[in-house]
Every structure is written in structure tokens, then in C-alpha cells.
Write a protein that binds this ligand. Structure first.
Ligand code: UDP
Ligand code: MG
Length: 309
């Protein structure tokens, strides 16, 4: 098992996080663990604290970014670097309790390739964060081609197959939760109450939160690009209505002009979506399982019909 912890300026909480994490995985004799810290360009003492852990414990490894590249980049780096049969991504501030890991591992052993942690409550978070997260997840679900599970973040366990698929996508702007739901592996969840961070302030500034939300919408939904086309069609229908019912050619022309222009933007959007899909270059499908009897490329050929008879 690999445990990935992206950290940005977490000097204050890291010792507590580490000892709680080690407490949990140290008492689990059923698996071998590696702990992988990704220092996302911290400017406090985070890196020296991590180095201390790595010097003391052979199961601890760490990477350090040259500057702050963001939490999603940290997760991606961790996934690329991890060697476990499964990888758990967890926040460094103890808002994601490490005590859930054994339960997630046992669900993975039962055959679930993705085990997410669903927040059944957000006790420790401010009103604005709660409301914006509540609204955002629901909007994203409504407009996405492949909806992200409600109220889940990046605290997840991913099977090796899922990790290999995600890191093989070559997507440098990966929106992890979106890509996981796009891949569509069977997913289950454990529930937890999200408490407040053990120490320090949120490292997700409003700007970073908006950037993440934008990334989620752009990579997961065509609705914003298509919206002008729908608006244009409605305007054209309105123009027709005005022309017939009010016999007001001037008003009808104005509505029609607006309709044509917005429709044209919508058509451009549709082509842009095509280009986006092409550049994104995702595989056409993802295979999550095979039966044992399906011949693979390197197995012996299927016997000819005569031989079978
Ligand atoms: N984080 C990171 N890079 C950033 C911002 C945050 O690696 O630019 C890490 C942070 O150290 C923590 C996790 O991402 O381990 C979640 O961040 P935070 O707890 O600040 O976000 P919140 O829980 O408030 O959404
Ligand atoms: Mg947090």
C-alpha cells in the first residue's frame, strides 16, 4: 500500500499527522506500507520535517516541487511515484482521518478498485466553504458527462489498475475526481465526519478553489460551450414568434440577429469541444475486468473449428 500526502506549508501539523498515520498503519500487519510525502513547494519548514521522517523510517519517501504547483499536481506526482498495489491519497492536515485507511483497504480486498471517503458532515468548516462545496458538487453533477460522486474529495483508495490508467493519460491538468469518474471503475465509499484542520489555515485559497472548480467544469462538461447554441435557438424561435404575433419586423430582426450571433458562437463551441476531445486524447474506452477465458494477445490461438469437432 502506498499512502500519498500532498503538503503545502504544513509544518505545524505534520508531526501529529505522521504519528497518527504511523500509529494506524503500524498496527496493520496485513499489508506493507510506504508513505510518500509530496512537498508542493512549501516555504516553511515542511521539507525539513519530512526529511526527518525519511531519515528515521525506511518506509517514508518524499518529493519536493521547485515551487507551488498545486494540490492536484501533488496528487499526480504521488500517483506516478507510488509503487503499491493500491494507493491512498490523503490530506496532510488530519481533516481526512487516517483511521479510515484500514476500512478502505479491506473494501479494496473485497474487490473494489476505487474506495472514496464521503463527507457526511463538515463540522469543522466555515459557512462559506460548506455552502460553496454543497452547491458546486451538485452543479457539477448536473452538467457533467460523467458525474463525480457527491461530497467526495481526493481522499480515496485507488487500485493499481486505476493508478496506471490515470498516470498513463498524459493529462497534465488532471482533475483527479473527474478522471476517476470518467474511467468508471466500480466505486464504493466509506462515510466520515469532516472535522476541522488540526492546525494552521486552509492552503486552498479562494483563487485556488476557483481554479479547481473551473478545471472540473471545463474537463467534465460541454454545457458552458453549448449554452450559446441553445440560447441562439431560443432567440430565433422568439424572433419568429414576434414576427407572427406582433407583426413587428424591427423587433423580430433584432431578436433574429442576436439569435444568429449566439448560435454561431455555440457552433464554434461545438467545434472547440471536438478539438478539446482530440487534444485530450483519452482512450475510447476503459476495460475494468475480463473473464479468465478471454484469450489475450500472447496466449495460444483458439483451436480451429475442425479440431474442436
Ligand atoms: N495542498 C497542496 N498544495 C496547495 C494547497 C494545498 O499540496 O497548493 C495540500 C495541503 O497541504 C493539504 C491538502 O492539499 O494536505 C488540502 O489542502 P487544505 O487542507 O488547505 O484544503 P481544504 O481542506 O481547506 O480544502
Ligand atoms: Mg484541509
Amino acid at each position: 500500500m502506498s499512502i500519498v500526502l500532498p503538503c503545502y506549508n504544513e509544518e505545524d501539523v505534520l508531526r501529529e499527522t505522521h504519528s497518527r498515520l504511523i500509529g494506524v498503519i503500524g498496527s496493520d500487519r496485513s499489508a506493507e506500507y510506504e508513505v510518500l510525502y509530496v512537498d508542493d513547494g512549501s516555504v516553511d519548514g515542511t521539507w525539513s520535517v519530512i526529511q526527518e521522517f525519511a531519515a528515521r523510517e525506511p518506509s517514508v519517501r518524499a518529493l519536493r516541487f521547485g515551487r507551488n504547483f498545486g494540490h492536484q499536481a501533488g496528487c499526480l506526482a504521488g500517483l506516478r511515484e507510488a509503487v503499491g498495489d493500491a494507493v491512498v491519497i490523503i490530506d496532510a492536515d488530519l481533516q481526512d482521518p487516517p483511521e479510515l485507511i484500514p476500512e478502505m483497504v479491506s473494501l479494496w480486498r473485497q474487490g473494489w478498485p476505487v474506495v472514496s471517503a464521503r463527507r457526511s458532515g463538515r463540522e469543522g468548516e466555515g459557512y462559506f466553504k460548506k455552502l460553496s462545496a454543497f452547491a458546486y458538487y451538485r452543479i457539477l453533477k448536473a452538467i457533467s458527462d460523467h458525474p463525480v460522486a457527491l461530497d467526495t474529495g481526493d481522499f480515496r483508495l485507488l487500485d493499481r489498475n486505476v493508478v496506471d490508467l490515470l498516470t498513463g493519460l498524459g493529462d497534465n491538468e488532471l482533475f483527479l475526481r473527474g478522471a476517476i469518474s470518467w474511467a468508471g471503475f466500480p466505486e464504493t465509499a466509506v462515510e466520515y465526519q469532516r472535522g476541522s484542520r488540526a492546525s494552521g489555515e486552509s492552503k486552498y485559497t479562494l483563487r485556488k478553489m476557483l481554479a479547481l472548480s473551473r478545471r472540473g467544469i471545463i474537463s467534465g462538461s460541454a454545457v458552458p460551450l453549448r449554452a450559446p447554441a441553445y440560447l441562439g435557438l431560443v432567440s430565433l424561435a422568439g424572433a419568429g414568434g414576434i414576427a407572427v404575433s406582433r407583426r413587428d419586423p424591427k423587433a423580430a430582426m433584432t431578436a433574429a440577429m442576436f439569435g444568429f450571433q449566439t448560435l454561431a458562437i455555440g457552433v464554434l463551441g461545438e467545434y472547440l469541444r471536438g478539438v478539446f476531445r482530440y487534444v485530450e486524447d483519452r482512450p475510447a474506452y476503459v476495460i475494468s475486468e475480463r473473464t479468465a477465458s478471454v484469450p489475450t494477445a500472447d496466449s495460444s490461438p483458439v483451436p480451429a473449428v475442425e479440431e474442436v469437432a
